[in-house]
Design a protein. Structure first.
Length: 454
């Protein structure tokens, strides 16, 4: 421990982390892609949460974002061209609409009481969208995209490896949480993130060239399933069923996944504590507990508020006690959206929800086209990565139906990955069409999904 001038005890690990970060900042300036990777680690792994300092002790993400953005403008050629996509336009349009609804909040006396909160959240979402755009601008090759995916998967893989001994030691008697003050601090959000990572582990186990990487990814895929169980999140359980079911349906060798599913069921039914079974038993009268009733109440609140304000909604942070007492069927002390869709609906109106869903649908369209084209090109890598990202989106959309994480940075980085995959695949296919065929096609791995190549 060290004592600062203010008399605050500073852990040695905080000093080491801060020193390492400061040493990396020049690299973020001259190598913006390195800055994107470092920002991803800070956003998902959240190492600053493990140094025993207040969350606002140092602006970790901002310290990385500033030199990275400057480096993109000064040292990253072609970044503007990389942003030339219709999907990027949808992100920008959504961002503009968020700004418009935030401005509308200040001109409506009904919503003026949460105007300050609205702008605080607008600033947060703008930072997420800005770094999403930065990632799209900088990641300009399949090799860089693969590295970004590996970093994301590695961050959550470390969480799983850290929590596995805790699950075994306690028999799953306690809920799993993410780092305090992070986007995944809540058990529901942590379960959502693990569901989104499950397809990454699965397809990395199929596509990576190094055997030890494939085996590690497969191991992480297997142990992530019980980890999702023991977040005690019913929304995450729904997402898990949807994700595993989709992977199972799209696999050619379906029996390879069957033992994993059986293992998950065995863990749930035989080793899970009774408290977990009671919480997940949706057929019991206790299933409609206070949490479930709060969700229904919040959804009706969102619908009623938007019915009165269909264009702009109530702006960011509109789930307030004052508005609940006016629009919720049952006024109570819970004021959360409990759904991605109802959150967007209440905060940005029917226009905002339409833009949000259009962005999502455009991403699925990109994945579908890439998979079809990869069959023609004989490029299984693209099909595997397209499936990876669209399955991750399915996990977000199914779990997100019960969780208020509409502005989840993980969701937007998956959107960015699909946009990048579309661009780099077209570039590679165009180069292959112009250059003589010198690569041994037989060295490519055989895909495992129906969405891949034959």
């Amino acid at each position: 421990m060290r004592v600062s001038e203010a008399g605050v005890l500073v852990p040695l690990r905080a000093i080491l982390l801060l020193s390492s970060l400061c040493a990396c900042l020049p690299a973020c300036l001259v190598r913006p892609f390195f800055g994107i990777l470092l920002w991803t680690i800070l956003a998902f792994l959240d190492p600053q949460a493990f140094v025993w300092l207040p969350v606002d002790a140092f602006p970790w993400a901002l310290a990385v974002a500033i030199p990275t953005l400057i480096g993109i403008l000064l040292f990253s050629g072609g970044w503007a061209h990389n942003l030339g996509s219709s999907k990027v336009l949808w992100i920008v349009t959504l961002w503009v609409w968020f700004t418009i609804t935030s401005l509308a909040t200040w001109h409506n006396p009904l919503f003026l009481h949460h105007g300050q909160e609205t702008w605080l959240r607008w600033q947060f979402v703008s930072k997420v969208l800005l770094m999403t755009m930065a990632a799209i601008a900088v990641v300009d090759s399949f090799a860089r995209l693969r590295m970004l995916v590996m970093v994301i998967a590695g961050c959550f893989g470390l969480y799983i490896l850290k929590d596995l001994p805790f699950i075994i030691r306690t028999g799953g008697a306690f809920r799993l949480y993410g780092p305090e003050y992070s986007m995944i601090a809540d058990n529901n959000d942590f379960g959502l993130a693990l569901n989104m990572t499950l397809p990454l582990f699965f397809f990395l186990a199929q596509s990576e060239s190094k055997r030890w990487v494939r085996r590690l990814a497969a191991f992480l895929f297997v142990i992530t399933i019980p980890a999702i169980f023991f977040t005690y999140s019913r929304g995450a359980l729904v997402g898990l069923v949807a994700t595993l079911g989709l992977i199972f349906l799209r696999m050619r060798q379906r029996m390879l996944l069957a033992p994993v599913i059986v293992l998950g069921v065995v863990v749930a039914l035989l080793f899970a504590p009774q408290t977990w079974k009671d919480r997940m038993d949706l057929s019991s009268p206790e299933a409609m507990d206070a949490s479930a009733l709060e969700r229904i109440n919040s959804w009706w609140f969102a619908w009623n508020l938007t019915s009165d304000n269909p264009v702009f909604g109530g702006g960011f942070g509109t789930f307030t006690p004052e508005l609940f007492s006016r629009y919720a069927p049952s006024g109570n002390d819970i004021h959360g959206p409990h759904s991605v869709y109802f959150q967007i609906l209440a905060e940005h109106g029917f226009v905002g929800l339409s833009l949000y869903l259009t962005l999502v649908l455009s991403c699925f369209g990109v994945a579908h086209r890439l998979i079809k084209r990869s069959r023609i090109q004989g490029d299984p890598r693209i099909a595997q990565y397209a499936n990876m990202f669209r399955f991750s989106l399915v996990a977000f959309l199914t779990s997100g139906a019960f969780l208020g994480r509409a502005y989840f940075d993980y969701f937007f980085i998956i959107v960015a990955c699909l946009i990048i995959l579309e661009r780099v695949s077209r570039q590679e296919w165009a180069q292959d069409a112009e250059a003589p065929e010198t690569e041994d096609q037989s060295s490519w791995q055989v895909p495992v999904t129906e969405g891949g190549t034959a």
